[in-house]
Design a binder for this molecule. Structure first.
Ligand code: GLA
Length: 652
């Protein structure tokens, strides 16, 4: 279901309940000035809409919906269920979640709801029902936004009961659960469902299979909350798309499973302006979100300037906000929105930037917002709805992440998101556009499949990888892949036998994690970091790169057998980039453009070529053929100069 027609949505979270009504009129004037065509209303409005149990105060929202419509601004209408009013916790303590120590998360902040609380769910359904009924026919309504950044855990008693129900559904019998959890270890065998708890505070290491199932359960419970509200609004407005905003590369939800249930996939993205790889992190989240959406997606939130939740919160230098907005569009966004429209004067986020900051309409931020709004309007017609072609798939799976993100592992230095970022960075720096995919997805559209690290792989996923290679595709797997089955049980030999055969590995003798900062030299100048493995090859590999020196001297660090590659360390960035570029070239995947200067990103979307200069100095880029720069209207023949943080959107 499409959210836009030939245009890019531009706007942000709008929290008018924090302001006197006369400010609303000023807001609308400035929104028109900035080209805002979409606002998200009601995200944290529960106490305003339902000040007492069962009360309804819709008058203020009626006036706002009308005001937006009168000015041609669409409304992304949120259900307010991410922040229950204080009366709910006071009257119904059962709605409050508990952490692993049994401590209550009280009201006074936000997201203090238990996903398993029947009382919370009842109140959430009731307010959603009335909201949907009231605004179903309203012409300003363009999209439903359910809750906000679902992210809570609950270890309380009601959650424990629903965990048991979830486990009964999954396993059927206690025997099956005891087998899957390996409860023979440490005398953990359960003789009753009632004995099973969420993984609460324990004396020593917790059962990893129990922790893994708890994370699956949590994702499913939050999804139930989402689906309950989604189904209510769908009943009232079957033709209005529904979304909920994901956090970027967030571990709390199975993002593949969730995305299947959304009409529009949206994400909140806040790269650190000081991070030299902030743009790459942005590109990764954008590629992942596009892949979850299987097409255009929505940037629901970004910051116009600083956030307020890092240790030090840096503003965006001039031009960076525009550049990162265009990057999102290049990588498939059909909506570029912000948290939030007007910077709050009170509350926990008064130091978080807004599109209209404390400096008001004269402020630099707002001036830049106006430019972005105007430019997105100019290119919207050509861009919206088009696809980003990619010949590479990077495989990612939340379940594998959950299995590795636990105690009692070979190395605490191995951080799954960091490994993912390292591999994606190599592709990004080599100007190779990649999608993400689930290991069981259909991979036939991709010539190259990259697996940075999938510790946990189901049998079906392994079949899929083997089929990809036997079907003519190229596969490259990073270390610690194919180690465990879906119950987090180590596969015989420490790595799936079929994968070992695929790569030409006879025996994986030991994992040799490296200390922080330690490196290991390998042939061809390849320097490994983080990890190494004691592998005995079976003699069938077509190519190997050996470890040089140290305990593993002479043993293979990298093996290639046909089109299947195994990389048993994390090559340093200057080694991983050329390695992947070579593998991609061998697979017939070309970079977007050759000979790009450092710091320039190139992305194709539809027939357009986006050029983005992440550097602080102007650069000149050779572009074959004549083009028109949609941002300036200028004709470009042969080369174009991009200023500091400059960008071009070229049409042949
Ligand atoms: C998240 C939330 C917003 C706001 C921003 C601040 O993305 O959804 O409500 O708190 O963070 O960065």
């Amino acid at each position: 279901m499409s959210m836009t027609r030939n245009r890019i949505l531009f706007g942000g979270d709008y929290n008018p309940e924090q302001w006197p009504e006369e400010t609303w009129y000023d807001d609308v004037r400035l929104m028109k000035d900035a080209g805002v065509n979409s606002v998200t209303l009601g995200v944290f409005s529960w106490a305003k809409l339902e000040p007492h149990p069962g009360a309804r105060e819709f008058g203020w929202l009626d006036r706002l919906m009308d005001l937006m419509h009168d000015h041609g601004i669409g409304v992304v209408l949120a259900t307010p269920t991410a922040s229950p009013p204080p009366w709910m916790g006071r009257l119904h303590p059962d709605t409050l979640p508990r952490d692993e120590d049994g401590r209550t998360e009280w009201w006074g902040g936000r997201q203090h709801f238990s996903h398993s609380s029947a009382t919370y769910r009842r109140y959430a359904a009731a307010i959603t029902e009335d909201l949907a009924a009231r605004y179903a026919g309203h012409p300003a309504l363009t999209l439903w936004h359910i809750n906000n950044e679902y992210c809570t855990y609950d270890h309380g008693d009601e959650a424990a009961a629903s965990f048991r129900r979830w486990l009964r559904d999954k396993y059927g019998t206690l025997d099956a659960l005891n087998t899957a959890w390996g409860t023979a270890f440490w005398s953990q065998g359960y003789d009753s469902w009632d004995g099973i708890l969420p993984p609460r505070r324990a004396h020593y290491l917790k059962n990893p299979a129990q922790v893994l199932d708890f994370r699956r359960f949590t994702s499913d419970m939050l999804l139930e909350c989402f689906l309950a509200e989604r189904d209510i609004v769908r009943r009232h407005t079957p033709h209005t798309p529904v979304t909920t905003n994901f956090m970027p590369l967030w571990s709390g939800q199975d993002g593949w499973r969730w995305a299947e249930e959304e009409d529009t996939v949206s994400v909140d993205l806040y790269p650190d302006p000081r991070d030299p790889l902030g743009a790459q992190y942005g590109a990764l989240v954008q590629d992942l979100t596009r892949s979850q959406a299987r097409g255009p997606w929505m940037l629901m939130e970004q910051a116009a300037g600083p956030v307020n939740w890092r240790g030090v919160n840096h503003p965006k230098p001039r031009g960076l906000g525009r550049l990162w907005s265009l990057q999102a569009v290049a990588r498939g966004a059909d909506a570029v929105c912000y948290f939030q429209w007007r910077q709050s004067r009170q509350g926990a986020e008064k130091f978080h930037s807004g599109m209209v900051g404390h400096a008001g309409e004269e402020g630099r931020t707002f001036q830049e917002i106006k430019q972005i709004g105007a430019e997105l309007h100019t290119i919207g017609d050509e861009v919206a709805g088009t696809q980003v072609p990619a010949g590479i798939a990077v495989l990612h799976d939340w379940h594998s992440w959950w299995a590795t993100d636990q105690d009692g592992r070979p190395s605490t230095h191995v951080d799954y998101p960091d490994v993912l970022r390292a591999w994606h960075r190599a592709l990004w720096e080599a100007h190779l556009t990649a999608d993400f995919a689930h290991p069981e997805h259909d991979l036939t559209a991709y010539r190259l499949v990259v697996v940075p690290q999938l510790y946990l792989l189901t049998d079906t996923a392994i079949d899929n990888l083997l089929a990809h290679v036997s079907g003519g595709g190229t596969l490259v797997c990073g270390f610690l892949t194919g180690v465990a089955d879906e119950d987090d049980r180590i596969r015989p030999g420490g790595m799936d036998a079929r994968l070992r055969e695929l790569f030409g590995i006879r025996t994986l003798h030991e994992w040799w994690p490296l200390d922080a900062g330690e490196t290991v030299e390998c042939g061809g100048g390849l320097r490994g970091t983080l990890w190494s493995e004691e592998i005995e090859a079976d003699g069938t590999a077509d190519e190997t790169v050996p470890y040089q020196g140290g305990e593993l001297d002479g043993l293979p660090a990298v093996l290639r057998r046909g089109r299947a590659w195994y990389v048993s360390t994390l090559p340093a960035p200057e080694a991983l980039r050329p390695l992947l570029a070579r593998i991609a070239a061998g697979a017939g995947v070309r970079p977007v453009l050759d000979g790009l200067p450092a710091g320039v990103e190139a992305v194709r979307r539809g027939e357009l070529l986006f050029l983005l200069n992440h550097g602080r100095e102007p650069v000149t880029v050779d572009v074959p053929g004549p083009h028109r720069d949609l941002l300036t209207g200028a004709t470009v023949t042969g080369r174009i100069t991009l200023g500091r943080h400059g960008a071009a959107v070229l049409k042949p």
